[in-house]
Design a protein around this ligand. Structure first.
Ligand code: RP5
Length: 171
């Protein structure tokens, strides 16, 4: 079941999540990609509920020559690993915080890929989603000057926010 499809220009990054319930976690990644003007597409795909669509999506990622796929899932989070099995496109896995085990289950499911099919794994929850987007932008920034400038501006703004904080020790 695909419950959401969003496409912005010709996508360079795919953002996939195992359930609509993962959206709140993954939203930060979408916002950052938008902010950095990285063209992306979004899909809800489930490794266990829509396995055939997952395989089809992996083929689409190859066809579009996406630079990477950001895949968020929770619990027995096999979505990133299954995608990585079906495509050579690099997969950035985001462990979604689960209710039962606070996302430690998701983290272990994603990070413990057996040798041979890698998934780059990020922090549990919203920090991981945001960092996956920044990482995707950094990959594209190696060949795209506009994205590189956006990333540099983001870093500078972040640094400035610390320097401007009245509790910063330099004040
Ligand atoms: C995983 O199961 C999803 O990635 C989600 O994090 C979790 C719960 O899914 P729902 O039952 O909310 O659809 O497949």
């Amino acid at each position: 079941m695909v419950v959401m499809t969003v496409e912005v220009n010709a996508p360079r990054v795919g953002v996939v999540m195992g359930s609509r319930s993962d959206f709140e976690t993954m939203q930060g990644a979408l916002e950052l990609l938008q902010q950095l003007e990285v063209p992306y597409e979004v899909r809800v795909l489930s490794a266990h509920r829509t396995p055939h669509l997952l395989a089809t999506y992996a083929q689409r990622a190859e066809r579009l020559n996406l630079s990477c796929i950001i895949a968020g899932a929770g619990g027995a989070a096999h979505l990133p690993g299954m995608l990585a099995a079906f495509t050579r496109v690099p997969v950035l896995g985001v462990p979604v915080q689960s209710k039962a085990l606070s996302g430690v289950d998701s983290l272990h499911s994603i990070v413990q890929m057996p040798a041979g099919v890698p998934v780059a794994t990020f922090a549990i929850g919203q920090a991981g989603a945001k960092n996956a987007a920044l990482f995707a932008a950094a990959l594209l920034a190696t060949t795209d000057a506009k994205i590189r400038e956006g990333l540099e501006a983001f870093r500078e703004k972040q640094t400035q926010a610390v320097l401007d904080d009245p509790f910063f020790e330099g004040h």
